[in-house]
Design a protein. Sequence first.
Length: 122
Amino acid sequence: FIFIIDPFVTARLLIVSTHTPNYMLSDILDTLILYLQKNQGLKPGETVNKPIAFVITKTDLLDESEGTIENNEERFLRENGEELFLNKLRRTFSNYKFFCEGKDAKPQKQQVVSWITSESVH
């Protein structure tokens, strides 16, 4: 799976913007988990071993005060109100990796696909 995250829809950034949050990242992750339970036979509380890549987009558009996200993706999400998302992620998925995409941090699409492919054969 490849999960795309727009950093501008994290909980804290939505609160300080003019947009009203309709959902949190944890809600979307819940939807994915429910899909896996319904269609892939995942049992509640069971850990998913399949690789899942999380690509944080638009990292070049973030305020420099946010600091660099690359290699600090979990810290960025936690500091922006997505602790629940991270907790569900750790509890449900055993094989995940974050990638950043932006003008200065381009995760060559091949890099994401290569990681998923290499992890799938394990």
